[in-house]
Design a protein around this ligand. Structure first.
Ligand SMILES: [Zn+2]
Ligand SMILES: [Zn+2]
Length: 187
């Protein structure tokens, strides 16, 4: 689906769509969208730009960085962008010229800017980018996830292990045995 800027010039354009995002569409291959991305929003002409407001709702499956277990999570993502028509749409307004108040609203200065291509916003591309951005650097199934034991590999969320108590002594004991052997070879 493409949102045509011209359709919003007189009245805000309200839109709604379900976008299917398959794994090859995403650059973050660890993310998997289950079902489609339900998105809705509005496109409003603010002059000279447009305001795009959107809400994306979907469910994704990620793999926990600590315990390596896949988990699913519902996402509800409100978004807002300033959309510029791009260079090909009429004379470009010089900054600082014209109506100082009307040209850019203060609240829009904090928003990310999207440049429309051929007078339209590619909703599919936008959704893919947002799904990618919404994958955490280190996904965790739960803030309290205890992860895998670095020694025996058990999932410490499901099973207790005794590695912590034993970890120090056996290693030192092994080193000690090596040292004794070396000392024995030298004499
Ligand atoms: Zn986990
Ligand atoms: Zn262990």
């Amino acid at each position: 689906m493409h949102l045509q800027l011209d359709q919003a010039r007189n009245d805000p354009l309200r839109w709604r769509d379900a976008v299917s995002v398959a794994a090859p569409d995403l650059r973050r291959e660890e993310a998997l969208v289950l079902g489609s991305v339900d998105c809705e929003g509005s496109l409003t002409f603010t002059g000279p730009d447009f305001l795009l407001q959107a809400r994306l709702r979907y469910r994704h499956r990620l793999c926990c960085d600590r315990c390596l277990t896949p988990y699913e999570e519902d996402v509800d993502l409100p978004l807002a962008f300033v959309v510029t028509a791009g260079g090909a749409d009429g004379p470009a307004a010089a900054p600082g010229v014209g109506d100082a108040h009307g040209a850019r609203e203060l609240e829009q200065e904090d928003l990310s800017t999207l440049v429309a291509v051929d007078g339209a916003v590619d909703l599919f591309r936008l959704v893919c980018e947002q799904v990618e951005l919404n994958v955490p650097m280190k996904p965790t199934c739960d803030a309290a996830c205890r992860g895998l034991c670095p020694q025996c590999g058990v999932d410490r969320n499901r099973q207790a292990c005794t590695c912590v108590a034993e970890s120090v002594d056996p290693r030192w004991a092994a080193l000690e045995a090596v040292r004794e052997r070396l000392a024995g070879n030298l004499t």
